[in-house]
Design a protein around this ligand. Structure first.
Ligand code: ZN
Length: 325
């Protein structure tokens, strides 16, 4: 069994991890022709006290495979430990860290771009549900543009921070429960969230359920193939650097234009449009960071004007809009 071998020095015979469960078919198109493109490593020793069963995965590896049919990348197997992802995301953020996440505004360009795209499509309807609202910054930016914004955030610390900072409703239940309660919005956002959720089509089906007919979703994800290409290049330039796009399976889905379009269509969306997403812009402290911001911004602008720029190496993140019929 080579699927998820332990690296040397990994879990010992006395404390084996809970193992892996194979993922036999592409989560987006159902294809079974899956070829390995990368190996993800687990390093979860920081959970040794909080969650020993989770920490035992330290040293294990799992391959990331790409679907020959739609180009989607996903793990060859998932940890069998019950609620592996919920346990890994059970992080107790410090108040200072959350406040910096909220105030630094490094994703504001992304949020403004997304909101503008939704405003152009929705013509006056201004209700929004941000799925995976984190510390509430997108809700804050949306409220400033006249949206009635609400959020969904399952992490208790970030949910409390989002509610306190914005004064807006933050639901600690998933979209499926909100849908069952009859709630609907004109727009739903999934920004830097979908790459973290196994079986992404099911997540998109939950999202479409809380949209009004004719409502729009905006999804932003890393561009899987181009992120891997960038990491491989970086590793080639520096021997000390190890290419990584999926360690701890934090990024469990690796989308391309085709697979993101297909995932949205399979969830019931229409009029899918995929573009290059706006970059993060860090608060400019020092020349190095200012240069890095300038490079990110020019890459984005150049990618947007080039024909097929969204398929080029300039396209490191994908931004999709799609309509509920
Ligand atoms: Zn596929």
């Amino acid at each position: 069994m080579t699927m998820a071998d332990d690296a040397p020095g990994g879990a010992s015979a006395e404390s084996p991890h809970a193992g892996f469960t194979p993922v036999p078919a592409c989560w987006v198109c159902g294809g079974a022709a899956l070829a390995p493109v990368h190996t993800a490593l687990f390093e979860l020793s920081e959970y040794a006290r909080q969650d020993p069963a989770l920490a035992r995965y330290t040293g294990a590896t799992v391959r990331i495979v790409r679907c020959a049919s739609c180009g989607f990348g996903q793990p060859e197997a998932l940890p069998s430990l019950p609620d592996f992802f919920g346990r890994m995301y059970d992080q107790r953020w410090s108040a200072e860290w959350m406040e910096t996440e909220y105030t630094s505004g490094y994703k504001d360009l992304i949020f403004r771009t997304v909101l503008k795209g939704l405003e152009q499509r929705l013509r006056g309807r201004r209700t929004l549900l941000d799925l995976g609202a984190h510390v509430g910054r997108l809700m804050h930016v949306a409220a400033g543009r006249g949206w009635a914004a609400e959020g969904v955030e399952l992490n208790p610390s970030t949910a409390a921070h989002a509610a306190k900072s914005t004064g807006l409703p933050v639901h600690r239940m998933d979209a499926r429960e909100l849908s069952s309660a009859g709630r609907r919005w004109a727009a739903v956002t999934l920004i830097d969230v979908l790459e973290h959720i196994p079986e992404p089509v099911a997540a998109l089906r939950s999202a479409i359920a809380v949209l009004e007919p004719g409502g729009w979703i905006a999804v932003k994800v890393p561009h899987g193939r181009e992120q891997l290409r960038k990491e491989m290049l970086r590793a080639r330039l520096s021997r000390a650097y190890r290419a990584t796009v999926a360690d701890n399976l934090v990024h469990v889905n690796h989308f391309g234009v085709r697979s993101l379009t297909l995932a949205l269509e399979r969830a019931g969306f229409a009029e899918v449009r995929v573009e290059i997403a706006a970059p993060e812009v860090m608060p400019a402290v020092g020349a190095k960071r200012a240069l890095s911001n300038a490079v990110r911004l020019s890459t984005w602008h150049l990618g947007r004007i080039l024909p097929r720029g969204v398929e080029s190496p300039l396209s490191l993140h994908l931004q999709a809009y799609a309509r509920k019929p």
